[in-house]
Design a protein around this ligand. Structure first.
Ligand code: MLT
Length: 324
């Protein structure tokens, strides 16, 4: 009896799998951005979501779920139904959060189904125009002398901006006054308004403001200069040996999302990363698509695993103590 039930179930499952893939998606998809609207993750999420929506024939609705360095949005995704209709765009903060947050309600390496890698790019050190420094040498000297007297924005413990600050403070042997926001979108508003002194921000968020003369830029956190910011030295050139922080975004679904759905989403992401409009926008914003052939679900899972291990070590070496 059980044997017959099992084989019947297998037939039904077998029938339903191709059907599921063929009909998915049959309603709008929610893409959770774990930081506030207007920041780099939000800009990327909307860009990728718009292209995937055209490919999939369903709306991709952005939901900004900020807080706790991106872990609040990650937790929301991990709890969602594993049906492909709730996705998450996230970056190195998802990996670092595994070390920095002791009470996560999800398992970083177990509770997500990677769909694919999206982009990679540097951060840029920027300040309000009212700061009296003009060069990276003057800025670093000012930071070392001022310490807690200079306010640096972050998007919460574990965010990319926070990780960059953590490395900068460790190398300079100084503590800033860190001001947390729900994303570097709101932090940028305060920087432009002169309410915040400095930020280590993704180029995707800062380049438009730099080009508009509304903030001042000093150096980039890549080991090579950035094409869109050719006059800016690297921090390595500025005397911080091998200082490198690279942001990379990936797309995730909850663990248990059926493989045919993951494949359908991964194919739509791949189409987006070959979309000339998306690639032109990436170039304008100083970021690049993750290399073709190295950005599928398996590569995204391997990247997350290696980055969890990397940031566990970097955080330990920086002397930063997780607070919760
Ligand atoms: C954002 O989108 O606000 C940023 O990714 C936050 C950060 O990581 O600093």
């Amino acid at each position: 009896m059980l044997g017959r039930l099992a084989s019947a179930a297998a037939i039904v499952m077998g029938l339903s799998m191709p059907t599921m893939a063929q009909t998915f998606p049959d309603r709008p998809i929610t893409l959770i951005v774990p930081f506030a609207a207007g920041g780099p993750s939000d800009v990327l999420g909307r860009l990728i979501g718009q292209s995937m929506s055209a490919t999939l024939g369903q709306s991709v609705l952005i939901e900004n779920v900020g807080g706790a360095g991106g872990t609040t949005g990650a937790a929301r995704t991990a709890r969602a139904a594993a049906d492909g209709y709730t996705l998450l765009i996230h970056h190195l903060a998802l990996a670092a959060g595994a070390t920095l947050y002791r009470n996560l309600t999800y398992d970083t390496l177990r509770d997500f189904e990677p769909i694919g890698l999206i982009n990679q790019g540097p951060f840029v050190i920027v300040s309000k125009t009212g700061l009296e420094t003009r060069t990276i040498a003057e800025f670093l000297d000012h930071v070392k002398k001022t310490g807690k007297g200079i306010s640096f924005g972050t998007a919460g413990v574990g965010s990319g901006s926070h990780l960059c600050n953590m490395m900068l403070q460790a190398q300079l042997k100084v503590q800033f006054n860190e001001i947390p926001y729900r994303g570097t979108g709101p932090a940028m508003n305060d920087l432009v308004a002169g309410q915040l002194d400095a930020l280590c921000d993704q180029t995707t968020n800062s380049i438009p403001q730099i080009q508009g003369g509304r903030i001042r830029a000093y150096a980039v956190t890549a080991l090579q200069r950035v094409e869109q910011l050719p006059t800016l030295p690297t921090l390595h050139e500025a005397g911080l040996p091998n200082f490198e922080v690279t942001v990379w975004h990936a797309l995730y679904a909850p663990r248990g999302t059926p493989a045919p759905v993951v494949q359908r989403l991964s194919a739509a992401l791949e189409t987006a990363l070959k979309d000339p409009t998306v690639l032109a926008r990436f170039a304008d914003l100083g970021t690049t698509a993750y290399p073709a052939g190295q950005r599928g679900p398996a590569e995204a899972r391997a990247k997350l695993e290696s980055e969890v291990a990397k940031w566990r070590q970097v955080i330990a070496e920086s002397g930063f103590t997780p607070t919760n």
